[in-house]
Ligand binder design. Structure first.
Ligand code: AP5
Ligand code: MG
Length: 209
């Protein structure tokens, strides 16, 4: 099944995508993770993306579309995938339509006030992409999956978070209507606990939790 996770920063796209991908044995394709890895490695794409990401703005469409097109052509995508963080603009969605067939779009719905609290307490592993919240770490500073030191993302600073929310409402939220019109959109309450959100998504996908 080819799935898109749509939702504002902090809605739980990455957290739930990891769990659902493990359950369905399909890859998670997070454009945010791909760009952060490129920045860490100092590649040309990483250098291009850095100023946009640090400002909470979107990376230009042509940069990101080429990355996703290449990634979806890889063998492990043959049995399906979850796109986490792509598409983010109508031109990206239109481009995706030319090289992929999407089965379902899960919209994770969470109020802005909750998102700000979630993002300010988030800690991530840049090596394996695992995501945590301070409230679940009990002082632990290393990734429980791979042992790497956890970090706070630069774009999780308060002022950048507000920019990202604005960008989401202006540029990405129109995709809700785009996929509603195609009959692909399924809305899930992302403000529930982790396990209930997971079960709700699995139900919408017609999979057993
Ligand atoms: P990206 O990395 O995709 O960031 P984002 O969309 O802003 O989303 P986040 O990763 O911040 O949130 P999430 O929904 O994954 O939440 P998470 O699961 O971590 O993109 C970063 C930047 O890259 C963009 O700003 C842009 O510059 C660029 N970019 C990426 N893709 C692009 C594209 N297609 N086009 C152009 N530019 C692009 O959860 C958040 C926190 O909440 C965690 O601490 C988690 O533990 C906690 N949490 C999650 N679920 C729950 C729950 N149910 N209850 C309580 N806490 C929860
Ligand atoms: Mg994410």
């Amino acid at each position: 099944m080819n799935i898109i996770f749509l939702g504002p920063p902090g809605a739980g796209k990455g957290t739930q995508a990891q769990k659902i991908c493990d359950a369905l044995n399909i890859p998670q394709i997070s454009t945010g993770d791909i760009l952060r890895r490129a920045m860490k490695e100092g590649t040309e794409t990483g250098l291009k993306a850095k100023s946009f990401i640090d400002a909470g703005q979107l990376v230009p469409d042509d940069v990101i579309i080429d990355i996703v097109k290449e990634r979806l052509a890889m063998a492990d995508c043959g049995n399906g995938y979850i796109l986490d963080g792509f598409p983010r603009t109508v031109p990206q969605a239109e481009a995706l339509d030319t090289f992929a067939t999407i089965d379902t779009v899960i919209e994770l719905d969470v109020a802005d006030q909750v998102l700000v609290e979630r993002l300010s307490g988030r800690r991530v592993c840049l090596k394996c992409g695992a995501t945590y919240h301070l409230s679940m770490l009990n002082g632990e500073t290393k990734c429980s999956k791979c042992g790497e030191e956890l970090i706070q993302r630069d774009d999780d600073k308060a002022e950048t978070v507000l920019n990202r929310l604005e960008v989401y409402h202006a540029q990405t939220a129109p995709l809700i209507g785009y996929y509603e019109k195609k009959g692909l959109l399924k809305k899930v309450d992302g403000a529930q606990g982790l396990d209930n959100t997971f079960a709700a998504i699995m139900k919408e996908l017609g999979a057993k939790a």
